[in-house]
Ligand binder design. Sequence first.
Ligand code: UT7
Length: 321
Amino acid sequence: MKARIIGTGSALPPKVVTNDDLAKIVDTNDAWIRERTGIQERRVSDAAVATSDLAALAAEKALKASGLKPEELELIIVCTCSPDMLFPSTACILQGSLKAVNAAAFDLSAACSGFNFGLTTAASFIESGKFKNILLVGADTLTKYLDWTDRSTCTLFGDGAGAVVLQATDREVGVLTSFMMAEGQLGPVLTMPGGGSRDPEEKNGRFIKMAGKEVFKFAVRVLETSIKKILESTGKTVEEIDLFIPHQANVRIIDHVSKKMGLPKEKVYVNLHKYGNTSAASVPIALDEALAEGRIKSGDLLILSGFGAGLTYGSNLVKWG
Ligand code: UT7
């Protein structure tokens, strides 16, 4: 059995915040943000909107595209590091709002690698024969956890959600192979320390703290490693790849890795100029947009890759069809 993607969807809050808007509240400027990250604007959700709200919008679109009814789902996985609350899980909240009455549901916490970890997890459930129809969502609202006086983080992130419906198939399509890994000893370079059991009163703050340069060095190293791992395990070559959809954090990371791997620009999908880093949502939003733009056709080989807090990283090789 293989896990095939039979529907995609995405959702972004309507409010656009440009680099110039940020330059009014923090000591930054459009030229710096564009040159150092590639980001031009990002979406920011209203105070009343929670991660599960964006997840539901993306999930409904993915379900519609798949032709499945909510009650046909057997499992819902929401990949997020900005859950609505500590419990119940955002996946259970989504299961309730979708009325997916026959589905189990749980959250997966791997930050910006979440969607890739989730895709590997969902595909494994399908390959084992445990489930046939799974809804996988990557959703985050990290703008709620930004220190708007810290220019080194508040300029980078945006909110969004992306979803896919996966179905069992006996054809050789869908998720062909996966790789995922963690380097927990590097965890302190990217944290949101407050609010967990170590600091329930948020004495250490409820804001994202990041040593950007360290994460940058990690990202370029591990993206290359994880791409090589999935190519090696299948005997595929870079030349056979039709589209690379990396986590959208910084265009310099994407350019560096693409160049090193010998992937030409036309085979690399980038949309971070519009949304910034949407964490677990970035890869499924990019996948949904690439499909809508006709960049993916049946039989294409895709590499989806992520990296992020943990630190974590992973890739999936997907044959579209
Ligand atoms: O999803 C995974 C999460 N994160 C990432 O993938 C992030 C990976 N890292 C990065 O993308 C980059 O390291 C950053 C975009 C975060 C930073 O870019 P950088 O080229 O590594 O800049 P830097 O941190 O070395 O800072 C260079 C200078 C510093 O000034 P001084 O010390 O040279 O005077 C910063 O204070 O740029 C300054 N700076 C800014 N200036 C204007 C940092 N942020 C800004 C800003 N506007 N927003």
